[in-house]
Design a protein around this ligand. Structure first.
Ligand SMILES: *[C@@H]1O[C@H](CO)[C@@H](O)[C@H](O)[C@H]1NC(C)=O
Ligand SMILES: *[C@@H]1O[C@H](CO)[C@@H](O)[C@H](O)[C@H]1NC(C)=O
Length: 319
């Protein structure tokens, strides 16, 4: 009798556990706001994996875009932008052509800045087209997503997540001007963590440390131009003053496409996860033509490398 009661209690406990666990085992609804260009290629892998595990993904994309095509493992919601395919292609092409130009460092820098300004404007306008699209926002809000997956280098998805009050997971390589570091509130000592473009190692001499402090100042202006529109839009939508860092700080998990095999070790916080290998999920051998062009472009002039790195960092439409 006592044994029977005990058994029944155990079965009941088991059932209760199943009922509770069911809630967690249910498929989640993921709103994906990808970054244009090559960024999508690795995020696509993550979306595929989410689908394979029974989750439902909705990808929000510009009608005019580079790589984001409709596929059977996610639903696409597109929105229109105030520019044509020709304008988009022209801007992308001029931006990429800059990579191969040879000119004086200052000329290159000015040209890069002008082009970056154009690209920034285009991205900000496309973000505006998304955030102020009343029908789309109503539709997304009504869909009760569990999480937003987005690349915060284009902070539109992060702003959208905040606007819809949905937790966000960030998927990125990095954000210039240490905005990722500020967003994660991660320790970032100048003396040990090499800054972008300095080519400093993690063991620095005195002068390298000085360089490490000065280089970020030069990038600040670019970041100001690039990211101000998003803080403005967020402030307008949330009807209070919001900084970009506050938007970024709401990221629950940061998935970094990095690996300490390639990057110097540095302090990290528990919500930073390194998934560098995902970039190699879809590898194809390089053609000889490409390899030769790459080798040629890497070796001759230092400043081309620098400009390339700036472009790569911002990654707007490049590659
Ligand atoms: C920036 O855009 C304007 C207008 O579309 C264009 O005339 C100009 O050539 C562009 N500049 C660069 C550097 O792409
Ligand atoms: C989303 O829907 C909720 C509940 O209907 C509403 O309170 C909220 O204002 C909506 N948010 C947006 C951004 O429309």
């Amino acid at each position: 009798m006592a044994l029977g009661l005990q058994l029944r209690q155990q079965v009941l406990a088991g059932l209760l556990l199943c009922l509770c666990a069911r809630r967690w085992a249910e498929a989640g609804k993921v709103l994906v706001v990808p970054m244009e260009g090559s960024h999508w290629l690795s995020m696509r892998e993550a979306v595929w994996e989410l689908h394979a595990r029974g989750h439902q993904a909705v990808v929000v994309a510009l009608e005019v875009n580079l790589h984001i095509k409709a596929e059977d493992f996610f639903t696409t919601k597109t929105y229109t932008v105030p520019y044509t395919r020709d304008e988009f292609d022209f801007l992308g092409k001029t931006h990429i052509q800059l990579l191969f130009e040879r000119a004086h460092f200052l000329t290159m820098l000015l040209k890069t800045m002008a082009s970056l300004k154009n690209v920034t404007l285009l991205f900000a306008r496309s973000c505006e087209a998304l955030l102020y699209n009343k029908d789309l926002i109503r539709d997304l809000n009504a869909s009760s997503f569990d999480v937003v997956l987005t690349d915060p280098v284009h902070p539109c998805g992060a702003v959208l997540a905040k606007y819809l009050s949905i937790p966000s997971v960030f998927f990125l390589r990095q954000i210039p001007c240490d905005l990722d570091v500020e967003g994660t509130a991660c320790p970032n000592p100048f003396s040990y963590v090499p800054r972008l473009l300095t080519r400093n190692p993690d063991h620095m001499t005195f002068f390298q440390r000085v360089k490490n402090m000065l280089y970020p100042l030069a990038l600040k202006y670019i970041c100001l131009v690039t990211f101000t529109p998003y803080a403005r839009m967020a402030s307008e939508l949330l009807q209070r003053e919001v900084s970009l860092v506050e938007i970024l700080a709401s990221g629950s998990v940061w998935l970094f496409r990095r690996d300490f095999v390639m990057d110097y070790p540095r302090p990290i916080t528990p919500n930073m996860v390194f998934i560098g290998g995902i970039n190699c999920a879809n590898k194809k051998p390089l053609s000889q033509v490409y390899t030769a062009a790459f080798v040629q472009s890497v070796f001759p002039v230092e400043h081309i490398l620098l400009v390339k790195e700036i472009l790569k960092t911002f990654h707007h439409t490049a590659n």
